[in-house]
Design a protein around this ligand. Structure first.
Ligand SMILES: Cc1cc2nc3c(=O)[nH]c(=O)nc-3n(C[C@H](O)[C@H](O)[C@H](O)COP(=O)(O)OP(=O)(O)OC[C@H]3O[C@@H](n4cnc5c(N)ncnc54)[C@H](O)[C@@H]3O)c2cc1C
Length: 316
């Protein structure tokens, strides 16, 4: 066992970077574990990012790391591999060493599980997207496809329709739509193609090849991939997960496990850069508030008369 920290932030995407910034600014001894690139690394630009619209995800991370320089934040480019409870907090196993921390802030993100359709993975973040708020504007009024069926396909197709009036829903087999949903799509001019897909091709555009023969040329394709937690740490620590495997947090980013906070995509929607950064800030402030309360208590003072009003309930 080597170093001891006030807080370890696990994950250096927008949520973890902003959490580390806030905790560093509170003069906490922070370890930020940077286990790899952010979720949107394959995208050419990040949109909807206040003051940085269109920034590349890699550059945004570079700026985020540089912002930490004045603060007592140590950045280590390693994965947290295991976590254990100790008498005064937590121990985390990195490559070849353990570190100790009073508090943990998890910002480990989610992994997109893409369909196995040949040609799709290579186009992810380039001409294949999941979110019209992120990639709708560069593709406005273009030929857009939505890959999906049933309620999800219906929902995404109607949303994408707001960016273009040329939208095709590709269901890759039975559409699983209700009669009402089919009528909805017809009403707003969305074409439905149920043919099985063979593969995607194209460089600047997306050429959809059907198994039965024939191509459809699109400018971009949208789909809603399923997601998994990037890290097994939340489950291993015993954090409650919801039915979509997202970590359950309260309004302050606290998980069900005392001393553990979580922020960003791993806690569920909305999943955007700014939302993740905001979640990181909220969780960091709450985490730091619990440390302040402990310190004040040790000095014989208290913010609250009743223990029920502590930092884990209402924000102070
Ligand atoms: C293709 C694509 C394009 C997108 N475009 C946009 C956009 O234009 N605008 C927008 O607002 N949003 C966009 N998003 C969503 C955005 O990327 C996410 O909302 C945001 O990155 C979430 O930030 P996060 O910090 O929660 O997680 P992440 O960015 O996923 O960061 C989590 C970090 O934790 C690390 N990690 C995981 N496990 C460990 C571990 N055990 N130890 C240490 N580190 C670990 C990961 O390696 C990763 O670096 C896009 C997403 C995708 C997939």
């Amino acid at each position: 066992m080597t170093d001891a920290y006030d807080a370890v932030v696990v994950g250096a995407g927008p949520a973890g970077l902003n959490a580390a910034l806030v905790l560093g600014g509170a003069d906490r001894r922070v370890l930020l574990l940077d286990g790899g690139p952010p979720r949107n690394v394959r995208a050419q630009a990040a949109h909807g990012v206040f003051t940085r619209d269109g920034v590349t995800p890699t550059h945004l991370k570079t700026i985020g790391l540089a912002d930490l320089a004045p603060y007592p934040v140590t950045v280590v480019p390693q994965l947290a591999r295991e976590a254990a409870f100790t008498s005064d907090g937590f121990a985390l196993r990195l490559e070849g060493m353990w570190v100790r921390s009073q508090r943990l802030l998890l910002a480990t993100g989610v992994r997109d599980v893409l369909p196995t359709l040949p040609g799709l993975r290579e186009r992810w973040g380039k001409t294949v997207h999941h979110c019209p708020y992120c990639d709708g504007w560069p593709n406005r009024d273009a030929r857009l496809g939505v890959l999906g069926s049933g309620q999800e396909g219906h929902h995404l197709a109607l949303s994408v329709r707001s960016w273009s009036d040329e939208v095709t829903l590709l269901t890759d087999g039975p559409d699983e739509l209700t009669a009402e949903q089919r009528l909805d799509l017809q009403r707003v001019g969305i074409t439905v193609q149920t043919g099985r897909l063979l593969r995607l091709a194209g460089r600047e555009d997306v050429r959809v090849r059907f198994r039965g023969g024939g191509d459809l040329c699109l400018d971009a394709l949208f789909l809603n991939p399923t997601q998994q937690q990037c890290s097994t740490l939340p489950a291993a620590l015993g954090c409650d997960l919801n039915d979509k495997s997202r970590v359950v947090v309260n309004e302050n980013g606290m998980t069900s496990v005392r001393g553990v906070w979580a922020a960003g995509d791993m806690t569920g929607a909305p999943q955007y850069v700014m939302s993740a950064a905001s979640g990181g800030m909220t969780a960091a402030v709450s985490l730091n508030t619990t440390l302040i309360h402990e310190e004040v208590r040790r000095m014989g003072a208290a913010f609250h008369k009743s223990p029920d009003e502590g930092p884990e309930g209402k924000a102070s």
